[in-house]
Design a protein around this ligand. Structure first.
Ligand code: SF4
Length: 188
């Protein structure tokens, strides 16, 4: 359970970071869907790097929530940084757990995907495949997170419902095992 700061005798807040790798931000939207309970949540946690704060630096955290699989070199770098800095990591949503929709490209070679996206697709003006060195290098396959780093919790759904996210967060905050009721396991 949460530690107590001896100086104040108040419970110290859990520090939480979130990020989106190869995902659509739908899982983050679902997190926001916990609505007015966000106010209660912010009494118990403080946010580190997350699209919600737009902080760019990742500090030491108790919990990291990651949506999306790993599709490029930058995703791998961010994922490894989260693993180093976060005591516990949550793969949130289908893309993080098994690659999800972005992993549909795994049935094709990377060249086939790029040619379809930038050269051969209907209505394209064939301006060539972008190769700016600033762009993160694409991986040949999209990977679920657990293939790259150890993951502590898997929260299924596309996206997981706000209720499922709330169940996970409250269990972690209370130092309890996470038990999702069956009705919270769905993909719509
Ligand atoms: Fe979007 Fe669904 Fe992937 Fe979440 S699991 S990032 S909602 S596609």
């Amino acid at each position: 359970c949460r530690s107590v700061d001896p100086a104040t005798r108040a419970p110290s807040k859990l520090r939480v970071a979130t990020t989106s790798l190869a995902g659509c931000f739908g899982c983050h939207m679902s997190l926001l869907d916990i609505d007015e309970r966000l106010i209660d949540l912010l009494e118990l946690i403080e946010l580190d790097r997350t699209p919600l704060t737009d902080l760019k630096q990742l500090g030491r955290c108790d919990l990291g929530l990651i949506e999306g699989g790993a599709a490029n070199a930058e995703n791998i770098e961010v994922l490894r940084a989260f693993r180093r800095q976060c005591r516990r990591l949550v793969a949130i949503g289908a893309c993080a757990i098994d690659g999800g929709i972005p992993a549909m490209r795994n049935a094709f070679t990377l060249r086939e995907c790029l040619e379809e996206a930038f050269i051969d697709g209907v209505g394209l003006a064939n301006r060539g495949i972008p190769n700016d060195p600033e762009l993160p290098l694409l991986l040949s396959q999209v990977h679920p997170l657990h293939e790259i780093v150890k993951i502590d919790y898997f929260l299924p759904g596309c996206p997981p419902s706000a209720e499922a996210i709330w169940t996970l967060l409250t269990a972690v905050l209370e130092g309890q095992p996470v038990r999702l009721p069956y009705r919270q396991l769905h993909y719509d």
